[in-house]
Design a protein around this ligand. Structure first.
Ligand code: 9MR
Length: 738
């Protein structure tokens, strides 16, 4: 019996090809190819294959079949497999089989370690139907004589029948090369350019001299033309590119196309309307991320589900959660909040920046007050954005250590499953024990900053809550000052993300800034002024994220009315930061205001790009200058399709968009009964470190923008998170308000 629940922490490299995708053709067979599976054609009965979970493996028309019982929770609760397989590190293997399923269920086909810790070396989860051939290649990361080929077929509510034949694992095969389908070489914002905004496109071409271009309306009539501007080789993609500027066209319309160098772009609009919808969709994302409440099918057709982690089996619940062994001897009720991402963890550090950014959007963009989100609280007299964020704020407050306990006033860094779970797994079906992890200075300051910010923003709607939040913020801030170096370690990453944060001067600065802005008190302004962050250049390659929060404090000091001495310098620093991002953008032939050192694109790069745009938008508010507005709009083009992969990174926006973001419950790619992520969900985006095995199998050697793949297995390039949708919502709200 095997537990393949480890979806992370495993290194596999190589390339994989699904036959029939037309992406690449296997190379010629080499003489050294060796079959590792015994009796894969089932010509001599079913041995040495085995089945568990109460299933009997039996021959049926020359294939091996099992009747899979219904009502199991996990894929690995029912397995057909073969053990004692040799793997050699660095060697390429072709893994193939024919399989069928009586219902449209997925089989998790795994090559992995047959013994504890059950590492996964390669996995795919095709959705089965009539008999079909499946085939991939991968490179083994490990040498072992204890590998296993397994078909995990559990996790179905109803019984079904699984059959398999011609199971093969051949070593010594040539590696495959993955070629993404990038469509036409003319790259545009596939959604919409604003009528009065800048309009730029990028053409991928070998030509080095200017080429003619034409803009056609939806009837094919040419409405503008000109010549491209050769830009040489773009560092971020390695491509030779030209740019096109068609800003002079201002006529609203749908279905425009741009043609250059014999290629015609995907269609796009010239219109502002769609950004009002994007603003709403990006914010509606949060309701379906909620923990501790049933998602109402009537409010989100196709997304209804039972409440997760409310102490109903098989959940172990969030109502009475202990600490990890040795960490504390009390228990907390930490129900509620948003699930962080595609996992079921809830993290104060990341919840903090998400709350801050959404509340910041609310404070900066008055139009947001009236936006309805169709959530259970709608119509209660409080703006829906505040209703939604309150769901997370209440959770953050629950993570604070109660008075009378050691570290009272500090916040636990995070709470999540004891072990990683596999995909798919709806929140209410997660069987893992939940645990509180140690308190940390960073989490405590996240709580202080956001609770202080909430105190000034919610005052108008809920005085009692505002007072409670402010008291919690003061307590947290004092506790952090008393415990200034309780740092969350990188090693605490089993069952949930580490969110390790070794630098907390930024969090101190941010929390002091929010407390000062809300109370006006000298004790907090003194801490702001004496912080080394106050005079530092906080606008680096990426302005801010969950681990770097000084810019959040700086932006609010610059924009929320206050009487801090030296405000001119604070404001000037924001303008200088925006100028830096504009300069990067001008150099960039895809118009991206982000150029990380060594072309090393960060995990969640799309959110970093959007956060840089938030700084540019802040400069627009401070100065009123159009160039900043134009910088934001041009940056958005990258997110919505003007990029090397010709993809919109927002589900449901643009002709080709991300839709298989890594999530345990929007797992349609693995189980057709589940939905894709809701429209308006941002994918993490290019990440040159490609930490997950699937991305490694497809993208090893990728350059910058190419380090992304729209596959549910790619948690390092294609996850969805609460902190990434926040800047999308911020920017969409900004654009909608223009
Ligand atoms: O977004 C996070 C990224 O910046 C970190 O480098 C990475 C490793 O710690 O973790 C990312 O956050 C993940 C978190 O740890 C767990 N939930 C999913 C998050 C997005 O992948």
């Amino acid at each position: 019996m095997s537990l393949w629940e480890r979806s992370r922490n495993v290194a596999v490299i190589g390339a994989a090809i699904l036959v029939g995708t037309g992406l690449a053709v296997p190379g010629p067979a080499s003489a050294a190819e060796v079959e590792q599976i015994v009796n894969g054609g089932f010509d001599n009965g079913t041995d040495p294959f085995w089945a568990n979970g109460g299933m009997t493996l039996a021959l049926d028309d020359g294939r091996a079949c099992v009747d899979v019982p219904g009502g199991t929770a996990n894929k690995w609760d029912a397995i057909v497999g073969q053990n004692d397989i040799d793997l050699v590190a660095g060697e390429n293997y072709r893994f193939s089989f024919d399989a069928s399923g009586s219902a449209a269920r997925s089989a998790r086909a795994v090559v992995g370690l047959a013994v504890d810790p059950y590492d996964t070396y390669f996995e795919q989860s095709p959705v089965l139907g009539d008999t079909q051939h499946y085939e991939w290649t991968f490179t083994a990361s490990t040498t072992t004589a204890q590998a296993q080929v397994a078909f995990q077929v559990g996790g179905s509510p109803d019984p079904w029948r699984f059959c398999v034949d011609n199971v093969s694992l051949v070593g010594g095969v040539p590696p495959e090369v993955y070629e993404p389908d990038t469509g036409p070489r003319v790259r545009v914002n596939q959604v919409a350019y604003l009528p009065q905004g800048p309009k730029a496109a990028t053409v991928v071409t070998d030509k080095t001299d200017a080429q003619p271009w034409k803009l056609a309306d939806k009837n094919g009539r040419t409405v503008a033309q000109g010549r491209t501007k050769p830009r040489g080789v773009d560092v971020s993609s390695g491509q030779n590119v030209h740019t096109i500027d068609f800003s002079s066209v201002k006529k609203q319309g749908a279905g425009y196309t741009l043609t250059a160098d014999g290629e015609t772009s995907r269609p796009f609009d010239i219109s502002a309307d769609v950004y009002t919808k994007l603003r709403t969709d990006a914010l509606k994302f949060y309701y379906t991320q909620r923990s501790g409440i049933a998602i109402d099918e009537a409010l989100r057709p196709g997304y209804g589900r039972p409440a997760g982690h409310v102490d109903v089996a098989p959940n172990q619940g969030d109502g009475d959660v202990p600490c990890q062994a040795g960490v504390c001897d009390y228990r907390l009720d930490v129900r509620g909040g948003w699930y962080d991402a595609g996992d079921h963890g809830k993290y104060v550090v990341n919840g903090g920046i998400s709350v801050w950014e959404l509340l910041n959007a609310y404070e900066r963009t008055p139009g947001l007050r009236k936006v309805g989100l169709n959530i259970p609280e709608s119509g209660n007299g409080t703006p829906d954005l505040l209703n939604e964020v309150r769901w997370e704020l209440d959770f953050l407050l629950k993570m604070q250590v109660p008075a009378g306990q050691p570290y009272a006033g500090m916040a636990h860094h995070k709470m999540h499953d004891q072990n990683w779970t596999g995909l798919p797994l709806l929140p209410h079906l997660d069987p893992q024990p939940r645990e509180l992890h140690p308190v940390s200075t960073a989490a405590t300051l996240n709580l202080a900053a956001t609770a202080a910010q909430a105190a000034r923003i919610y005052k108008k709607y809920d005085r009692a809550f505002a007072q409670e939040a402010l008291a919690a913020a003061r307590t947290a801030y004092a506790a952090a000052k008393a415990n200034p170096a309780l740092l969350a370690p990188e090693s605490d990453g089993v069952g949930g993300g580490a969110y390790n944060d070794a630098k907390v001067s930024d969090d101190f600065y941010w929390a002091a800034a929010e407390l000062f802005l809300t109370t006006g008190e000298k004790q907090y302004s003194a801490d702001v002024l004496s912080s080394p962050e106050h005079t530092a250049d906080v606008f680096g390659a990426g302005a801010f994220d969950w681990g770097n929060t000084a810019a959040a404090g700086r932006l609010d000091l610059a924009l929320v009315p206050n009487r801090l001495p030296g405000l001119d310098k604070v404001k000037a620093s924001v303008i200088a930061g925006a100028e830096k991002y504009l300069a990067i953008q001008r150099q960039h032939p895809y118009g991206v205001p982000y150029a990380p050192p060594n072309n090393s694109w960060d995990w969640g790069s799309n959110s970093i790009i959007l956060n840089n745009m938030v700084v540019i938008a802040a400069a627009h508010e401070l100065s009123g200058k159009d160039k900043y507005r134009d910088g934001v709009l041009t940056g958005l083009d990258y997110i919505l399709g003007r990029n090397a992969l010709n993809i919109s990174y927002v589900t449901g926006y643009g002709e080709v968009s991300s839709q298989n973001q890594h999530s345990r419950w929007y797992a349609k790619q693995l189980d057709p009964a589940l939905p894709n992520p809701p429209v308006g969900t941002l994918a993490g985006g290019a990440n040159t470190s490609i930490q997950d095995p699937y991305a490694q199998s497809k993208l090893t050697g990728c350059v910058g923008q190419f380090c992304y793949i729209d596959d549910i297995q790619s948690w390092s390039t294609n996850e969805l998170t609460i902190n990434w949708n926040a800047p999308l919502a911020w920017i969409a709200a900004y654009v909608a308000a223009l």
